[in-house]
Every structure is written in structure tokens, then in C-alpha cells.
Design a protein around this ligand. Sequence first.
Ligand code: UTP
Length: 297
Amino acid sequence: MDNSKPANKRITKAVIPAAGLGTRFLPITKSQPKEMVPVVDKPTIQYVVEEAVASGIDDILIITGRGKRAIEDHFDRSFELEAELKKKNDHALLAELETIAELADIHYIRQKVAAGLGHAVLCAKKHIGENAFAVLLGDIITLSDSPCTKDLIGIYERYGASVIAVQPVPIEDVRRYGVIKGEQVDDGLYRIVDLVEKPTPEKAPSNLAVLGRYVLTPAIFDCLEQTKPGLGGEIQLTDALRLLLEREEMYALEATGPRYDIGNKLSWIKATVELALMNEEMGEELRVYLQELLRNK
Ligand code: UTP
């Protein structure tokens, strides 16, 4: 038996970058972090934190920035509100608020300048240390029976390599995403051969787009430190991943459920409708309303 390969350590830490300026969702993002934009009755970032927790993560580092204080307040206790709910005997809501504050061990660090997603991930270097970790973009909601990050962790445990979630998109949309070139090794699983940030449809190596969930080995930090500002003058995570690919094997896993980019207004509306239809309290009534509305349009 070959015992030479060290066992992959369990992944317990996640980084949630949430320091971007959210210019695509102006004017709402002028005074409110886009990660706090509500979808039905929860802010976007709560769905993201819940996905991390459901994937076995218990230590979360949120990368915040100027004007993002509402995120910290949301995951904190609110004694005034709790006292008020106790007075009103609203135990269900009280329990829900307490659960939010106890979801995980949440830490914060500020990215002083929004210098790109890669730069935001690099801010996590000290906190993460020498272990592999998950990255979940704070403005992306994924829906599936098995959480997307949990599936990525499963692949990391099998192969001991970085793995990123991808999803097919219409070829005319590839210019909005990072796109992979891969060799299929299993059902929905690819060994990555190349990665391109926001290619034109003509230059895209595939239509498999990076969707905002990653499990990365700590070697990414060295790669990020060596990455020069790229597209838009920002340190791009995709550029650092290309460097990592020169040093280590990397995999891409096709995610099964839908993914919503809350920074995009139409995608946010779709997420709201989809999640509201799934909601026990309002789903049925909304379905009837939507059917009626569309009949009259
Ligand atoms: P986006 O690519 O959506 O960038 O970031 P953005 O700047 O927030 O949005 P637009 O394009 O101006 O509308 C994806 C995730 O990475 C975070 C964002 O907060 C978001 O959750 N991010 C982005 C950072 O943490 N820092 C950055 O410098 C850039």
C-alpha cells in the first residue's frame, strides 16, 4: 500500500469576498452593500454563509470594505431587538435571529481598496495559513439539493487538488465570465487545461463558466502575490489560478442547480421569484398571481 501521500486535511475555513463596489447594481449599492440586498426575507450573504455552514465549514472570513458595516451588524446579536421580541412573546422570530448570530465563527477583515477579487482573496492569507480553504463569492446564490461547496470539498478530498465550480452558459454570454478549457475525467468533472477571463465567444475555449465557488490549496497565495493587475487594473483571481495551474493540477466540477448573480439586476429578480415560489408562506399565492399577471400581459 502506498502511504506516501499525506491525507488531505479536512476543510474547515471559508473566505467570502464582499468588498466590491457593486457598480452594476447602482443606485441601490450607493448606500447599501450588494451582499445585503434581500432575496425574499434574507440578505444575499446569509444564503452564502448558510451554504458554507451546510458544507461543514465552521470558520468564515468575510472580506469587507468601506460602507459594508451592515454585514457585520447582520451576523451580530441585537439585544435591543431580542428584548423587544421577548416582550412580544415572538419566540419563532427570536429563535431565528439567535440562529443567524450563531451560524458560524465569523471573522472580518477590510480590503482597504477594491483592487479586485484576487486582491480580496489575498487579504485572507494570514487567517487561512497552510490549509486548503473554500471561497464563496458574497453576491452569488447557488441552489441545489447538495450544496455546491460541499460537492467541491468532496472532489478536493478525492484528488487533493484545487477545484472550481463551473456551469455551461450560452456562448454569447462567455464574455461575462472566466471560462475553462478542460479534459473530462468523470461525469461532470474536468481536469483543467487552461482558464481565460472574459473571452470573446470566438476565443472562448468552452462555454463552461466559473460560477463563484472554489476550493483552493494555500499555494494560491503565492500565485496571487505574483499576479500583476490585469483586466480593469484589478488583481484578477483567474490570472492567479492560471499561475497555480502551471504548478499544480486543478479540477472543475459542473454544478447542477441554478446560480444567481445578485450583482446583476435581472438575475436578482429571477432569484427572488424562484425562492419566493419555493417559500411555504407565499409560494402558492405568488404562483397564482404570476399566472394571472402573465395572462393579462
Ligand atoms: P464582482 O466581480 O461582482 O465585482 O465581485 P464588484 O466590483 O462587486 O461589482 P461590479 O462589477 O462593480 O458591479 C464578485 C465578488 O467579489 C467581491 C464582491 O464584493 C463580490 O462579492 N469583490 C470584488 C471584493 O471583495 N473585492 C474587490 O475588489 C472586487
